[in-house]
Each structure stands twice: as structure tokens, then as C-alpha cells.
Design a protein around this ligand. Structure first.
Ligand code: AMP
Length: 184
């Protein structure tokens, strides 16, 4: 059962509007379903936007931010819970541990790192949690093409495709979460 979704996404305030709209729609949809959101705890970028939407719609948000980023990412003090930790590793352990599923929106190096980590851990059998790539405007297409090359050149088995789902919108993402929940 998916009761808590960890959302990984950009901390940039300058991302395209379409990405903000989808972050907002995802946040709203999670709150409507009474599914909690877990995220990196910042008030900036798509992460802040999704968290604000959940809170505005009466949902629950837990954030985890390392002390050194508390100022830089403008820690979000309007959450249900904000955990301030000492290291990025502690942050990641809580973000992954508290998740029943992961949704990855467009983002930069931090988002990529977080996505690849949970993908690798799934590949290694450390978890079986659903991973959903929210592919707004085909943002992830080139990365997915690169994955194809890795598989063609036999550096990962073809089964890697079953480790994640790709959705084109927040609506599709929420429908997939509903489907998971209906099947358990
Ligand atoms: P970005 O996608 O780069 O905007 O970053 C999104 C989130 O990932 C932010 O909360 C960053 O603090 C975090 N982040 C940035 N770099 C890393 C990294 N190397 N490992 C894990 N998280 C990171």
C-alpha cells in the first residue's frame, strides 16, 4: 500500500512553468488521496512547489534537510514535520526509508543522483518499491535513450525496464499510484 511518496525534483526556481504546474498537480493529488509526501525539505524550486500544494490542500508533508543546506535551500518551516540532519547520507536514508514509492520530477544533478541511487538499490534487490519517472515534456527521454545504450552494450540486463514506470503527467502518475493501491 502506498501511503507515503518520496518526491525527488529540482531545487531551481527557474525551471519551466510546465514543470511547476505538474509539481503542483502532483501535490494536490497526493493530498486528495491522503497520501503523505516526503522530500528534501527545501522551500525552493519544484520541491517547494509540490510541498506547498500538499500543505495547502490539507495533506501531510515530511521534509529532511541537512544543516548545511538549511539556509541555501531555504528550509521549509511550514511542513507537518521538518527533520534537520547532519549529513546528506542521513537525509537520503530517511528519504528512502520513509517512502512506500518514489516519484521523480524533472531536476538537476541532485535529482539525478537520487533517482540513480534508488534505481541501483532496486537493481541490487535492496528494495522493491515502485519508482515513477514523471516525464513532463519528455524531460527524461534522453536519459532513457542512454539506458537503452547501456542495455544494448550488455552492461545491464534487459529486465532493467521493469524497475521503473514512466508517466507523462501528474494525472497519469496519480492514476498509477491508485492502481498500485487497488491491487493490494
Ligand atoms: P537538484 O536536482 O540539483 O536541484 O537537487 C535536488 C535536490 O537534491 C536538492 O534538495 C539537493 O540538495 C539535493 N542534492 C544535490 N546534490 C546532491 C547529491 N550529490 N546527492 C544527493 N542529493 C543532492
Amino acid at each position: 500500500m502506498i501511503r507515503s511518496v518520496t518526491v525527488y525534483c529540482s531545487s531551481s526556481n527557474r525551471a519551466p512553468d510546465a514543470y511547476f504546474n505538474e509539481a503542483e498537480a502532483l501535490g494536490r493529488g497526493l493530498a486528495e488521496r491522503k497520501i503523505g509526501m516526503v522530500f528534501g525539505g527545501g522551500h525552493v524550486g519544484l520541491m517547494g512547489c509540490a510541498a506547498d500544494a500538499v500543505m495547502r490542500c490539507g495533506g501531510q508533508v515530511r521534509g529532511v534537510i541537512p544543516r548545511f543546506l538549511e539556509e541555501r535551500e531555504v528550509a521549509h518551516y511550514g511542513l507537518t514535520e521538518l527533520r534537520v540532519v547532519e549529513t546528506m547520507h542521513e537525509r537520503k536514508m530517511l528519504l528512502t526509508g520513509w517512502a512506500d514509492a518514489f516519484v521523480i520530477l524533472p531536476g538537476g544533478f541532485g535529482t539525478l543522483d537520487e533517482f540513480l541511487e534508488i534505481l541501483t538499490w532496486k537493481h541490487l534487490g535492496h528494495h522493491q518499491k515502485p519508482i515513477i519517472l514523471l516525464n513532463t515534456d519528455g524531460f527524461w527521454d534522453q536519459l532513457l535513450q542512454f539506458f537503452e545504450r547501456i542495455a544494448t552494450e550488455k552492461m545491464v540486463g534487459e529486465s532493467y525496464r521493469s524497475f521503473y514506470d514512466v508517466c507523462n503527467s501528474a494525472e497519469e502518475t496519480l492514476a498509477l499510484i491508485d492502481k498500485h493501491n487497488a491491487s493490494v
